[in-house]
Design a protein around this ligand. Sequence first.
Ligand SMILES: *[C@@H]1O[C@H](CO)[C@@H](O)[C@H](O)[C@H]1NC(C)=O
Ligand SMILES: *[C@@H]1O[C@H](CO)[C@@H](O)[C@H](O)[C@H]1NC(C)=O
Ligand SMILES: *[C@@H]1O[C@H](CO)[C@@H](O)[C@H](O)[C@H]1NC(C)=O
Ligand SMILES: *[C@@H]1O[C@H](CO)[C@@H](O)[C@H](O)[C@H]1NC(C)=O
Ligand SMILES: *[C@@H]1O[C@H](CO)[C@@H](O)[C@H](O)[C@H]1NC(C)=O
Ligand SMILES: *[C@@H]1O[C@H](CO)[C@@H](O)[C@H](O)[C@H]1NC(C)=O
Length: 397
Amino acid sequence: MLLLLAIIQLIAISAVSAAIYDVTKYGADHTGKVPSTDPIARAINDAESHGEGIVHFPPGEYVTGPIELKSNIILDIPEGTTITFLDDPALYPPLDVSLPDGKRRKVDFTPLIRGFGLNNVTIRGNGVIEGNGEIWWDRLPPPATRPIVIYFYDCQNITLKNITVRNSPMFNVNIGWSDYIVIDGITIRNPESYHGSGPNTDGINLYSVTKVHVMNVDVATGDDCLVLDAWGYNKDRVPTHDVLIENSYMSIGHSGVGIGSITAGGIRNVTIRNCVFDSVCRGVDIRSNNERGGVVEDILYQNLTMRNCTWEGISINLIKDYNDKGRQPIGDQTPFVRNIRYENIRGDAEREAIYFYGLPEAPIKNVVLENVDMRSKKPEPILLRNTKNIVINGNRY
Ligand SMILES: *[C@@H]1O[C@H](CO)[C@@H](O)[C@H](O)[C@H]1NC(C)=O
Ligand SMILES: *[C@@H]1O[C@H](CO)[C@@H](O)[C@H](O)[C@H]1NC(C)=O
Ligand SMILES: *[C@@H]1O[C@H](CO)[C@@H](O)[C@H](O)[C@H]1NC(C)=O
Ligand SMILES: *[C@@H]1O[C@H](CO)[C@@H](O)[C@H](O)[C@H]1NC(C)=O
Ligand SMILES: *[C@@H]1O[C@H](CO)[C@@H](O)[C@H](O)[C@H]1NC(C)=O
Ligand SMILES: *[C@@H]1O[C@H](CO)[C@@H](O)[C@H](O)[C@H]1NC(C)=O
């Protein structure tokens, strides 16, 4: 009877948890002396050939070149594991992938960890992914593009859980044209600036995505902490919508949460709540301009503390480089921003507490700020230009 129970339990367990593919069994070196690029690929391919699996890195140090993920894989990077990417640029050549629908996607440098056209992928664990970005930053100044650490494109059901990403050559996490994304408990650490300018190391960059939940993240970086964009031109515009960002901490970086400036595809139904932003340049901002197009609407900001913003606190800016060119004809490239709500926001900013600068041909419309207590060092803490129907703490402007 006992044996039978044990067998039933075993069957139950194996039915719910995928098999483990330990990278050291495929020859990976956990002392970090020998690159493990090929053994890691073999473990992933073996899991894939069995339909699914957990690719596990026992605690230790691993060095490797780029890693290509497959569908139905969990990349398990537990506490005590560090995966360091080799900083030889020759390992990251330009990439031209063909996607499931036959379209092609080119990227300038092979990402450190990539997934194109995949379904059901998780990267999890309390371990560290070391991007080793210094030699790339040394090649600055921008616009040099560089490898991205985690890059998913045209994917569904992507989960990032608990991992730490450090010292990315460029963006840390970059997910585009994808749906059902969970980012929970990850930490991102990059230098604030390098050789005098931020090295374009955005923390989490999401574009043309839907069904996104970001929670419990802690980001400190040299560019925006989190960005939502929506790419696309003409008939090919792909929106971003149904996004929830909560319980997160952003410190050091250009924007706590930035929406745009790539707004062409349209961005809607976004909630950002219960977050603390510390010493970022702008607390929260929406930015676009009359070359970007698209509609940004139904955005809710709730319960945010934004301490020591070194630029503006709450910003919506549709003027490129603060350079107002006056009224332009309305067209495909005109951006519209409307139906934005800010509730229970406190903090302080060196520049304006509230900075809304619309376009004469497309004023920023229907914005409500309620219980907003943002201090500013400027004598005029609120700037409103080209706006319509703005209500700030009960006063209509
Ligand atoms: C997703 O992948 C995991 C890990 O391999 C697997 O256990 C799970 O069954 C997959 N889920 C679906 C719905 O295929
Ligand atoms: C994530 O981290 C929390 C807190 O350290 C821990 O309780 C949880 O088991 C971790 N989950 C995974 C999948 O690593
Ligand atoms: C992704 O997950 C969602 C929610 O669990 C599910 O509805 C959807 O079918 C999944 N997508 C794919 C392609 O498996
Ligand atoms: C807005 O997005 C949330 C997820 O953040 C979703 O639950 C909700 O249904 C969406 N609302 C609409 C009107 O689509
Ligand atoms: C507001 O956000 C802070 C910081 O994330 C959190 O501790 C607090 O519980 C939130 N308050 C409410 C009412 O959700
Ligand atoms: C405010 O932010 C600046 C720039 O990040 C930083 O140098 C300064 O120490 C911060 N001040 C406080 C009081 O946190």
